[in-house]
Design a protein around this ligand. Structure first.
Ligand SMILES: [Zn+2]
Length: 263
């Protein structure tokens, strides 16, 4: 079973690459079919097999010999791995389906934010609409996804996630005189995350995103890759935080709970 899920992840990852490249350029993600972005030659089915095509074509376009970036393969493998770990956690079922949809959209958002420092509104909108469906559907099955039967958990999640970042953003603007320290995209992306994860796991996600973001930013500055003034996109850290929450969130939550009550 695991291998099928991994291959499904590779195939979806291949499509996510198309989304990552085309959405910020306002191109359609359906037409035209996959083509080399340098010579525009249409790729054949054999050129489109995740990972393998990359290895066997010698990492070059078949037509113009332009070098193909390792990035495409990394996105495919990453998506495969994400799907596999979610499958190990949830098995086949509605949770798994819902979370691979969320993570697919988030992987696209994370890489677009990394490349262009923007989180496209249309992706947040699509994720939010699916999140609303999850909330409506979940009413019939309390506890199924959120680990609680309180109906307001997803809405509280939105308030915790988006609300906290909005406050950070406003405070930052006040301190740095109008300079944006936290983009509105980061605030908005927590709307679907709140709806998909519920209050507690959204809080864990927020905590992890800020923690991982702070550690990596400090390392990048210490190692001289970034200066204290450079803008480091926060989106990728939110994506990492969400994924860690989905797979290990309740374990972390229990650890924290025990720790607090042991004091
Ligand atoms: Zn080419």
């Amino acid at each position: 079973m695991g291998i099928q899920v991994f291959v499904l992840g590779l195939l979806i990852g291949s499509f996510l690459n198309v989304c990552i490249y085309r959405i910020p350029r306002d191109e359609s993600i359906v037409v035209p079919g996959s083509h080399c972005i340098v010579c525009m030659n249409k790729l054949r089915a054999i050129d489109l097999i995740p990972v393998l095509s990359y290895l066997f074509l010698g990492r070059k376009c078949r037509f113009c010999k332009t070098k193909i970036g390792l990035r495409y393969t990394i996105v495919e493998l990453l998506t495969g791995l994400v799907f596999l770990l979610l499958f190990n956690k949830y098995g086949y079922g509605i949770d798994f389906t819902i979370y691979i949809i969320l993570m697919s959209i988030l992987i696209v958002i994370g890489f677009i934010d990394y490349d262009h420092m923007i989180i496209p509104d249309q992706l947040v909108f699509v994720a939010t609409m699916i999140g609303v469906l999850v909330v409506l559907y979940n009413k019939k099955f309390p506890m199924y996804i959120y680990g609680t039967d309180s109906w307001y958990s997803p809405f509280l999640g939105v308030i915790i996630g988006s609300g906290s970042l909005l406050i950070i953003s406003l405070v930052g603007m006040a301190i740095y005189r109008g300079q944006e320290v936290m983009g509105m995209g980061d605030v908005k992306i927590f709307i679907p995350i709140g709806l998909f994860l519920g209050a507690k796991m959204t809080a864990v996600t927020l905590f992890l995103s800020i923690l991982v973001g702070a550690i990596i930013s400090i390392l990048l500055i210490v190692w001289g890759y970034k200066s204290i003034k450079s803008h480091i996109p926060f989106g990728p850290f939110i994506v990492i935080g969400t994924f860690v929450s989905l797979v290990w969130g309740w374990d972390l939550y229990d650890l924290w709970y025990e720790f607090v009550f042991a004091m």
